[in-house]
Design a protein around this ligand. Structure first.
Ligand code: SF4
Ligand code: FES
Length: 634
């Protein structure tokens, strides 16, 4: 530990801590602009300067390592003068006439820094050229006139996302933030994750979907979980007057450390589906509005006689975007309560079902995401991390500059092919052979395929390789493939990470809601789809259902087909628990109040259970442990 004094207060910090961080530990605020806690210190703006006894010049505290016995001062007349000068220069270099800017009035870190320094004007004559504003991007606007060249966006794009789209074009006093080699942002390699916008301290990068919808002081922040996929990123849901303003990554979040993918950040902002706000009952072939009592009575009339009828009872399928609390009631209601033979989720037929099954015999064989962040060789198989589970893909991409090799095994075109060191293209269904050859190579046997040999050479050097596998590996192959993969992982000392389907796929498989879904003489079907999309495959399989109950947030082909529709909350209107692909139990919090007449998924299922006289217990957590998990829970 290191002991130092800052503004006459003593503090002890671990080695490697910067003076800025040490001061923050003492609640001493040092002004800063280019610094962002999620990215590496850069030391370019010089706003965070401090005086250190024994040092001839003032120092940037964000890059200065704390030293034993250091005596630091953060607020002297000389420092104030220096900060005034830095801020005056920044304001004079570009167009910072604040009233026109969307972040002015509390959200601009440059403006706030000036107010904190007591500045009401800047003494240096403005000297700027007008730069064109780039509006080519679907989600952001890039205005170089507002840019202070702190490079937070450039660093976040590279360090956190591993995309390296942004750069500063060096042109002396006219340095410009550019995408790729200077193409419009909307035509660049930007993957539209929005991380750059979230870290920008001024209005140089602004978010089109939420611009002018409210400053920080006008909006509410609710800490929650993205339910876009099984990574389960930590988010802040930003709302105003019960409307969604935007979604931000939580920089303190244990899963994602602040980054989000396009799907997580922007998809909920653009969802245009028609909401359902009251129950519907089919009368004379037409869906008509009804009360909850009427809808529940109609369900009870139809389903009560089927209780205990086993094979001829009810088929029930749930979305894996539902919170664990709702999935648990669903399981109890249709499983033990009604005695249905087919109680499952949209996870059925997906890899989670296979890997969960295997875990019953071999125990937990998957690892935590942390292994990926710190790995020294990454192999992806049966998954395109540039399209799905993208934040896991960011973890794999951002370690590439450290020389971490990437091997992609995918019969189809994969978004990671262009950046992979080796892209293996087995014939569809021949993944097992490829794994077999890699295993042989790991055991020192000769392999004739040159590319497999190259991949094996790269993997051989790794101490902590990670294999990320997805549904492309096992859904269309024999279960033996997964066993082979486990054998291979053990042979090379690799951690295995399985990307799962949706936000609560893992919970669904722990509840055994992953059995095949098929209608075979059943008299009714209950589909708890929530705010999920309805696939054509599901619709086809429901075609022969004599009676359909849909628990849904949005109107769809499913609700058009249904006899009873129960309107339920969307992700942002309900609280509940999710367990992500690495077994981390997390809680989502409601950020919006649902319309009257809309109930949460758990409440709707509970109401159905009561109308059928089925008792349920609040045991979602215990139920997670009724089956051996594929990765440790917790
Ligand atoms: Fe949401 Fe998944 Fe994207 Fe994370 S990776 S932001 S959980 S969709
Ligand atoms: Fe330290 Fe910019 S915050 S130099």
């Amino acid at each position: 530990m290191i002991k130092l004094t800052i503004d006459n207060q003593t503090v002890e910090v671990p080695e490697g801590t910067t003076v800025l961080e040490a001061a923050e530990k003492l609640n001493i605020r040092i002004p800063k602009l280019c610094h962002h806690p999620a990215i590496k210190p850069y030391g370019s703006c010089r706003l965070c300067v401090v005086e250190v006894e024994g040092f001839r010049t003032i120092q940037a505290s964000c890059t200065l390592p704390a030293g034993n016995g250091m005596v630091v001062r953060t607020d002297t007349p000389a420092l104030q003068e220096s900060r005034h000068f830095v801020l005056s220069m920044l304001f004079s270099e570009r167009n910072h006439f604040c009233p026109f800017c969307q972040v002015s009035g509390g959200d601009c870190e440059l403006q706030n820094a000036a107010y904190d320094e007591g500045m009401t004007h800047w003494p240096i004559q403005p000297q700027w050229s007008n730069f064109p504003v780039d509006t080519s991007h679907p989600y952001y606007v890039l205005d170089n006139n507002r840019c202070i060249l702190c490079r937070r966006c450039v660093r976040a794009c590279g360090e956190l996302v591993g995309n390296f789209t942004l750069a500063i074009e060096e042109r002396g006093s006219s340095n410009l933030l550019i995408a790729d080699v200077g193409v419009p942002l909307g035509e660049s390699t930007c993957i539209q994750c929005g991380t750059c916008v979230q870290v920008c301290p001024t209005g140089a990068l602004i978010d089109r979907t939420s611009a002018y919808h409210g400053l920080g002081q006008n909006v509410a922040y609710t800490s929650s979980i993205c339910v876009g996929c099984s990574v389960g990123c930590n988010i802040n849901v930003v709302t105003r007057d019960n409307r969604l303003v935007r979604i931000e990554g939580d920089f303190g979040g244990a899963v994602n450390g602040g980054v989000l993918c396009e799907h997580g950040r922007y998809y909920p902002m653009t969802d245009q589906r028609e909401r359902l706000t009251q129950p519907l009952l089919k009368k004379n072939g037409k869906l008509e509005p009804a009360s909850w009592d009427e809808a529940l009575t109609a369900i009870a009339d139809r389903v009560k006689p089927l209780v205990g009828k086993g094979a001829h009872s009810v088929v029930a399928i749930a979305s894996t975007r539902l919170p664990a609390e709702a999935l648990s009631i669903f399981k109890q209601l249709f499983g033990e309560g009604i005695g249905s033979r087919v109680v499952t989720s949209v996870e059925e037929g997906l890899p989670t079902a296979r890997s969960a099954e295997l875990a019953q015999t071999v125990g937990a064989f998957e690892a935590k995401l942390e292994a990926l962040k710190t790995s020294d060789a990454v192999i992806t198989i049966g998954v395109d991390l540039s399209r799905n589970h993208q934040v896991a893909g960011f973890f794999a991409k951002r370690i590439r500059p450290q020389g971490v090799p990437l091997i992609v095994i995918d019969p189809n075109e994969n978004g990671f092919d262009p950046i992979a060191d080796v892209a293996l293209k087995p014939e569809a269904g021949k993944d097992a052979d490829t794994i077999g050859w890699l295993l042989a190579a790991a055991k020192g046997e000769a392999v004739s395929d040159q590319k497999i040999g190259e991949a094996a050479q790269l993997i051989k050097k790794a101490q902590k390789p990670v294999i990320v596998y997805g549904k492309g590996l096992i859904a269309f192959n024999e279960p033996i493939v997964l066993q082979k993969l486990i054998e291979y992982a053990r042979a090379i000392g690799a951690s295995l990470i399985g990307v799962k389907g949706e936000a609560n796929s893992f919970v669904a498989s722990q509840y055994q809601l992953d059995r095949p879904f098929a209608l075979n003489g059943q008299q009714a079907a209950y589909v708890a789809i929530g705010d999920d999309y309805v696939t054509e495959r599901l619709l086809q399989r429901l075609e022969k259902a004599p009676f359909i109950i849909a628990q849904a947030s949005y109107a769809s082909k499913l609700t058009a087909l249904a006899d009873v529709v129960l309107p339920v909350t969307i992700w942002a209107e309900q609280s509940g628990h999710y367990v992500n692909l690495e077994g981390r139990v997390q809680q989502a919090h409601a950020a919006l109040v649902a319309a009257e007449g809309v109930r949460s998924n758990a409440e709707a299922l509970q109401a159905v259970a009561e109308s059928l006289g089925v008792k349920t217990m609040d045991n979602w957590k215990d139920a997670l442990f009724q089956r051996k998990p594929v990765v440790e829970i917790g």
